[in-house]
Design a protein around this ligand. Structure first.
Ligand code: NDP
Ligand code: MG
Length: 388
């Protein structure tokens, strides 16, 4: 018997993950029906997507955009802001959260609360809200599957492993990192890199925020925290290995010495399709490897001196509570300032470090506290930016 068609809500539809999700949906109309979507500033693109997929529930940022969308999509229900994202995240069987940054928080929490499958690209919400997501998970079964390619690889390599006792049979998780555009640069070289250099990622085409995060290795730091939150494994059992070809997407080392890995050419449509289709695998080939061609895979340790963001994230992970939320919020402020040419690339991580130094260890037990932490970190980071 054919599986029933799953309804899909796509938040952040106009972005890099959003448009690649649309590609997957176009290929599988027999499996999925897009029923809700949201965007940010690219309203015309959002309207075009809603027309193509005949979606009648659309989320926008503000009332102005809502009027425009309502005028161009007669009959559609238009919802606004955070409340709108909450409605969208409860409206379908599968919720793809492809919003960038802390703005993805509402959708993450609402989808889990409503018992939907959460196909999560938005790592920032999970990093910041890990203690809250743990609370929800302790109360109910949650269907949370990671789109982030490393975590999707680990999800696959953990299939069949017993999660009891924080995956006792797992010695460590090994997150691979391409190393970004500055992998071979020294601390000295890094004083003079430009925005164009930082936006020129060697293996992945992504949105601007994660591309900058990849250049500082903050992306890998956030991913260590993301992995800890997803799999309930402490950061000290998570290692990072640089693998410039981006073919091995991550690995799991078991206590008996076996290491399992997931391989494919870099193509985010593969993890997206995995998250949408689970437990089935969709019969489309995204990034399959032809071993008829020569293939060289290399691995090296990260340069922790040149890329201190990595150790900073481990430190935040060891402190736990709201420390990762502070790290991520300060990083958003610093990356935004860099993209607006207000600070140099080499200022990004120092802004985050000094902001995290100001964190007093106050607890994180509710969404209200999380929003307060986020606001406090942003305020301090913004002050650091202004003082530079
Ligand atoms: P993009 O910047 O390309 O897209 C972000 C999306 O979020 C856009 O649709 C944007 O709308 C929307 N958006 C931005 N701000 C808001 C807001 N305040 N409220 C609601 N929606 C908003 O980012 P990516 O697709 O690259 O990344 C999305 C997430 O996925 C990030 O968390 C990233 O870390 C993660 N990720 C991305 C990967 C990739 O390959 N791109 C790989 C792994 C993880 P608009 O553009 O219309 O303004
Ligand atoms: Mg990743």
């Amino acid at each position: 018997m054919a599986a029933p068609v799953r309804s899909v809500a796509l938040l952040g539809a106009t972005g890099s993950i959003g448009t690649q999700t649309l590609d997957v949906l176009r290929r599988s109309p027999e499996h999925f029906k897009l029923v809700a979507l949201s965007g940010g500033t690219r309203t015309q693109e959002l309207i075009a997507i809603a027309r193509e997929f005949q979606v009648s529930l659309v989320g926008v940022l503000n009332e102005n955009d809502a009027q425009q969308v309502a005028a161009e999509l007669p009959g559609a229900e238009v919802v606004v802001g955070d409340d709108g994202l909450d409605v969208l995240a409860r409206s379908a069987d599968v919720v793809v959260n492809a919003v960038v940054g802390f703005a993805g928080l509402t959708a993450t929490l609402a989808a889990l609360d409503a018992g939907k499958r959460l196909a999560l690209a938005n790592k920032e919400s999970l990093v910041a809200a890990a203690p809250l997501v743990d609370q929800v998970r302790s109360q109910r079964e949650c269907d949370l599957v990671p789109i982030d390619s490393e975590h999707c690889a680990i999800h696959q390599c953990l299939a069949g492993a017993d999660p009891a006792g924080g995956y006792r049979s797992v010695k460590r998780l090994l997150l691979t990192a391409s190393g970004g555009p500055f992998r071979t640069k020294s601390v000295n070289d890094l004083q003079h890199v430009t925005k164009a250099d930082a936006l020129d990622h060697p293996t992945w085409a992504m949105g601007p925020k994660i591309t900058i995060d990849s250049s500082t290795l903050m992306n890998k730091g956030l991913e260590v925290l993301e992995a800890a939150a997803l799999f309930g494994i402490p950061v000290d059992r998570i290692d990072v290995v640089v693998h410039p070809q981006s073919i091995v997407h991550s690995m799991v080392e078991y206590v008996d010495g076996s290491t399992l890995a997931q391989l494919s050419h870099p193509d985010m449509r593969l993890p997206i399709a995995y998250c949408l289709g689970l437990p089935e695998r969709l019969d489309h080939s995204w990034g399959a490897i032809s071993f008829a061609d020569a293939l060289t895979l290399t691995f090296e340790p990260p340069n922790r001196e040149a890329f201190p963001a990595l150790d900073l994230a481990y430190e935040a992970g060891r402190r736990g509570g709201a420390a990762p939320a502070w790290l991520s919020a300060a990083n958003e402020v610093a990356v935004e300032a860099f993209l607006q040419d207000r600070i140099a690339w080499s200022d990004i991580v120092p802004v985050v470090t000094r902001t995290l130094d100001a964190f007093d260890g106050a607890p994180l037990t509710s969404v209200e506290e999380l929003r307060e932490h986020d606001g406090n970190s942003r305020r301090i980071a913004a002050k650091m930016v202004s003082s530079l």
